[in-house]
Design a protein around this ligand. Structure first.
Ligand code: ADP
Ligand code: SF4
Length: 715
């Protein structure tokens, strides 16, 4: 198939200073949770993006000096020659597919932890640390500024040695150069503070220094937050953000612009922002510079992308999340297969991986982060060569992904679903306010299943043990999901809560099934992800007076991992929903619930028309139990495996991953299913385990070299 002529504009080459990008698809820097500790995993991930057609592929943030240490989060380092060697793998992996390799040089200033290096935090003016901790950052003196400029220069030279084509000056996301730009954090009275011309001085010098160091062969990009969304107290796209771009308009080779501030403004979830949500803020940039411009906005629609170029909003389609959900998005458009794009759903589970300091994971793409350690490719999969027939029971995310992947491997698959609607929990949850895009998990898989001749789908087929056994398949995969608890047990309350039988108590399942709800509604959340808050919002929108009670001090606490918590709580408060924080459900009578303060045990009483319990889910094991009993009776039945929520209820991303993993591993020898691990170790002859004094000179280098290089497979 050929590229739709409407989208050909996306495949034009674009010059960036001394280098040329082969097309307009630009994977902007994004965290992977891998950082310097997982160089092989990082290189493989970026290589796949290049293979998928991203004309520019960027690294995550890369520290230029130990005074910028983001441990325990996954960040890169360019502190020495060992780092150069590690990062060269990434540059090589990107170049292998003809793409440009970009590196985001980074200094966090007051916005780092420095827990590993124990260096003092640096900032334009003395201030508290951005990550709440005892202590703060000291004001940089002139020598510090000179040192910082030298670190950026030296890191740029190392970046070129590692093979990178585009080197960043990073003045976004509240990091050090941005702290100099903002009046809120720069209260200096010397030539680096005061008027905007002074506050912009450091960024100007950085760009000049970097160009001077590597600008003959590398493009120098500036990543700038043009609006920090703090209103008139901060940088705004109508005010100083615009002036900064005007002052430096032609100095860098490329502008990478976005919104920043804290709390996930830049990577806002789909619950709180539509595709292209940054345009109002970044749209001016192209009008004040002739240099190429890139920005982001969770772009997944080729028409929107082509529109961005034609309307002169940007020269590249910047993407982090859409490139995670589908590393082959550009190739699919190029080959006229845009219907096969696995569209990002904007759930921000990828952000959670970084916030939890673990390798990247994605709801839509189970192979992300698994490229090196499991050898999973997002588009290619080994055929099974097997005649075995597989029954998959349950068409939620786990069952759909499992059936699709088994079909891709060539297995004959029957997918049976009890309901008339496919998609399981996703079809229900996508009806909650703001979560419509989550249906893409179902829709993409159903669309791709339609192209799999070896997979048959049977909706409206609730199977019992006898049905399963009568089908005579070789393997049975149970993906029968979970149901919400009714006993009050949750993350904080570990014993069943006494409840009057006459009380009107509902679970999320009841609401989805259309149960009548009588107000006022009391939602009790001891699960702490999206469900409690989203249901409260839904019921409020339906006109009920709503109170949400939760056992923790903040609402929907785990959404801090997806950078959504602030937006969730704001939205609910603005909707007029009453909050009761840090209270455990103690007992329920007819129309009255007693809550115990999580700290004092003091009782607070609330009346309700309906109490909605969002406390946890229980695996749906009835079919598994019946099949196990049949096994005991007959002994001669196929292999039976539970996957996803019916084994242990978890996230949609976990269910998709479980479905994919089962299908990848079926019929493989056990040793082929063990993931590799990257971990430091010392070779014989290096620094002994009990050495007290640091080893001086060349010996010290060889120790470090061995420590950072060695890689073993796990046992
Ligand atoms: P997961 O997240 O693990 O995929 P879901 O709860 O989303 O789980 O989906 C489970 C699906 O399994 C639901 O659509 C449910 O209707 C279906 N299901 C449960 N039991 C049976 C059964 N005995 N036969 C067929 N389908 C079933
Ligand atoms: Fe998109 Fe969610 Fe995947 Fe992140 S985890 S890339 S937001 S689908």
């Amino acid at each position: 198939m050929r590229c739709n002529p409407r989208y050909e504009i996306l495949f034009e080459p674009v010059r960036i200073g001394p280098v040329t990008a082969p097309n307009r698809f630009y994977q902007t820097p994004h965290a992977t949770g891998m950082g310097y500790q997982k160089p092989f995993s990082g290189a493989a991930l970026r290589g796949i993006k290049a293979e998928g057609g991203w004309g520019v592929v960027s690294t995550e943030y890369c520290s230029i000096h130990p005074s910028s240490d983001d441990s325990p989060f996954g960040f890169l380092t360019l502190w020495d020659e060992d780092d150069v060697r590690d990062l060269a793998r990434t540059a090589d992996a990107i170049h292998a597919h003809g793409s440009l390799a970009a590196i985001e040089l980074w200094h966090g200033g007051a916005h780092t932890n420095n827990r590993l290096t124990r260096e003092q935090l640096l900032a334009p003016s003395a201030q508290s640390a951005k990550f709440v901790q005892p202590g703060g950052a000291r004001a940089m003196d002139r020598q510090d500024i000179a040192d910082f400029r030298r670190w950026q220069r030296e890191a740029a030279i190392r970046a070129r040695r590692a093979g990178f084509d585009i080197v960043y000056c990073y003045a976004g996301h509240d990091y050090l150069p941005f702290q100099f730009l903002s009046r809120r954090t720069n209260r200096r009275t010397d030539e680096y503070g005061g008027a905007l011309e002074n506050r912009v001085r450091l960024l100007r010098e950085m760009i000049e220094d970097t160009k001077d160091a590597v600008g003959d062969t590398c493009a120098v990009a500036v990543r700038l937050a043009v609006d920090e969304l703090h209103g008139s107290h901060g940088i705004t796209s109508e005010g100083e953000g615009r002036e900064v771009v005007e002052m430096l308009a032609e100095l860098p080779d490329l502008w990478d612009v976005n919104v920043a501030g804290s709390l996930g403004n830049d990577s806002k979830s789909s619950r709180f922002s539509p595709e292209g949500f940054q345009e109002d803020h970044v749209g001016f940039v192209k009008r004040v510079t002739t240099k190429p411009v890139v920005s982001v906005g969770r772009f997944t629609s080729p028409d929107t992308m082509a529109g961005q170029i034609r309307r002169g909003i940007q020269d590249f389609i910047g993407a982090a999340r859409p490139s995670i959900a589908d590393p082959f998005l550009p190739k699919k458009i190029l080959e006229g297969r845009e219907d096969e794009i696995r569209e990002c759903i904007g759930c921000n589970i990828c952000r959670a991986a970084n916030n939890e300091s673990v390798p990247l994971r994605c709801t839509q793409n189970p192979t992300i982060g698994e490229e090196w350690r499991r050898g999973w490719h997002p588009e290619r999969i080994a055929g099974s060569g097997s005649q075995a027939r597989v029954l998959v029971v349950g068409a939620g995310p786990a069952g759909l992904e499992c059936a699709l992947t088994l079909g891709r491997r060539g297995y004959g698959v029957m997918l049976a679903e009890a309901g008339n609607t496919l998609g399981g929990r996703v079809s229900r949850e996508a009806t909650l306010p703001g979560l419509a895009a989550w249906a893409r998990v179902r829709d993409h898989r159903l669309h791709m299943l339609g192209k799999q001749p070896s997979v048959e789908i049977y909706p409206g087929s609730r199977l019992g043990a006898e049905d399963v056994l009568s089908l005579g398949v070789d393997h049975v995969v149970l993906a029968t999901g979970s149901s919400w608890r009714r006993d009050g047990i949750g993350a904080s309350v570990e014993m069943p809560v006494p409840m009057a039988a006459s009380a009107s108590i509902l679970t999320p399942d009841d609401i989805f099934d259309g149960a009548a709800v009588k107000g006022p509604v009391l939602v009790y959340d001891d699960e702490h992800y999206f469900m409690g808050g989203a249901l409260a919002e839904k019921l409020r929108l339906a006109g009920h007076a709503v109170t949400i009670a939760t056992t923790l001090p903040v609402l929907s606490s785990w959404t801090q991992m997806t950078d959504e918590q602030f937006f969730v709580q704001k939205q609910l408060m603005e909707a007029g929903i009453d909050l009761l924080l840090s209270h455990n459900l103690a007992s329920v009578a007819d129309g009255v619930a007693d809550f115990a303060c999580a700290y004092t045990g003091r009782i607070t009483r609330r009346d309700f028309g309906a109490l909605v319990l969002v406390t946890g889910r229980i695996a749906e094991t009835a079919l598994f139990d019946a099949l196990s009993a049949a096994t005991d009776a007959h002994g001669d039945i196929p292999s039976i495996t539970r996957i996803g929520d019916c084994l242990a209820p978890a996230s949609i991303a976990d269910a998709v991953h479980a479905g994919h993993k089962f299908a990848r591993h079926l019929d493989l020898p056990a040793e082929a299913t063990v993931p590799l691990r990257e971990r430091p170790s010392f070779a014989t002859g290096d620094k002994p385990w009990n050495a007290v004094q640091p080893v001086a000179g060349p010996a010290a280098r060889s120790v470090k070299s061995a420590a950072s290089r060695s890689v073993r497979g796990s046992s």
